[in-house]
Design a protein around this ligand. Structure first.
Ligand SMILES: C[S@@+](CC[C@H](N)C(=O)[O-])C[C@H]1O[C@@H](n2cnc3c(N)ncnc32)[C@H](O)[C@@H]1O
Length: 326
């Protein structure tokens, strides 16, 4: 699922080359040391993906796509559709492979539209996406001209989905998803990335300060952090710590106000802190589809008052901030 030789080659051509030795140790036996019950099933799917050459690929458009239906035989099309369905649930996207439209739970393109014009241009930058899901935004980062895009996400299903998409987008492209957590990445000692994204991760961490400090250590001085997370309305002293679940999620810990989030970033020494977007998630942006048939946002909100979660907390409001590592 990971083309390690190419990963190390791409890293060796950058200042990130110092990372290679540690990564080799971490990735060597990762599928054996941290096994997953469905690994073999997903690996078999990836090995049997039909060999189809796409007539075109596009990853600087809202729908990340490879090929058109006429690139395939009817049988190839059917086999591919079946395999992609077996990789459900598809949460982040949309994607289209040879006319098969993967209508994901999230319109992740809307998030990208909200932020892309407010971040430093990605041309020629080394980019890290922490908590990258199946890599949808990584493709958009590559499409925006990044030199190398590395994603980190512990979900094995998302790794398999990424590998299936990459198989058709181009296996030699400088884009790699690592099945690692942010805690597994080293201190880059001022030899880090130009831009680090953390979108939808901070509230999953028990210690938000630890997460923000890690993100800082992944950046080189002058590099940019793009931070997207759940927030609540309120002043510099406002933070929501849910009693138990938030919007049915068990693993939500800290939801600060944007004012408090800015203070956290200031305390950690980030500069030029700007809030570039605040947005309440709409039912059209996160919903069940043919490719993600479990519960979605409509089931997480109070049916009588969609401004509240089912537990009675403020409905999901998300802010994106950018700031600079000094
Ligand atoms: C809400 S999703 C966000 C996905 C994507 N960044 C986006 O904005 O659409 C959160 C992702 O973070 C991943 N995640 C959770 N804890 C993580 C950690 N400690 N390190 C890296 N990724 C993590 C999850 O597997 C999940 O894919």
């Amino acid at each position: 699922m990971i083309n390690k030789d190419l990963l190390y080659k791409h890293l060796s051509q950058t200042r990130l080359h110092l990372w290679i030795e540690l990564l080799q140790q971490q990735l060597n036996n990762i599928f054996e040391t941290i096994p997953h019950g469905r690994h073999d099933e997903w690996q078999a799917i990836l090995q049997q993906l039909p060999a189809i050459t796409p007539s075109s690929t596009n990853y600087d458009t809202d729908c990340v796509r490879a090929g058109v239906i006429t690139d395939t035989s009817q049988q190839q099309h059917q086999v591919l559709h079946t395999f992609l369905k077996q990789l459900q649930p598809w949460r982040k996207g949309p994607y289209e492979l040879f006319g098969i439209h993967i209508d994901t739970e999230w319109r992740s393109d809307w998030k990208w539209q909200r932020i892309r014009d407010h971040i430093s241009p990605l041309e020629n930058r080394l980019v890290l996406d922490i908590g990258c899901g199946n890599g949808y935004h990584m493709w958009r980062m590559l499409g925006a001209g990044a030199r190398l895009v590395i994603g980190a996400d512990p979900s094995r299903l998302f790794l398999a989905q990424f590998a299936a998409i990459k198989h058709y987008m181009g296996n030699t492209l400088p884009i790699h998803l690592l099945p690692l957590r942010d805690e597994n990445l080293p201190d880059f000692q001022q030899q880090g990335f130009d831009t680090v994204f953390s979108m939808g991760v901070l509230y999953h961490r028990k210690s938000p300060f630890q997460h923000l400090q890690e993100l800082k250590r992944f950046l080189q001085p002058g590099g940019e952090l793009v931070l997207e997370t759940l927030v609540v309305e309120g002043d510099e002293n406002t933070v929501l710590v849910p009693e138990d679940r938030y919007a049915k999620m068990r693993n939500v810990w800290f939801i600060p106000s944007t004012a408090l989030l800015k203070r956290w970033l200031r305390r950690l020494g980030f500069a030029d802190i700007k809030v570039i977007n605040v947005n309440q998630t709409r039912l059209e942006e996160q919903r069940a589809t043919d490719w993600m048939s479990y519960e979605s946002l409509a089931d997480f909100l109070n049916p009588q008052n969609p401004d509240l979660t089912i537990e009675g907390y403020p409905a999901p409001l998300r802010a994106t901030l950018v700031c600079t590592r000094t």
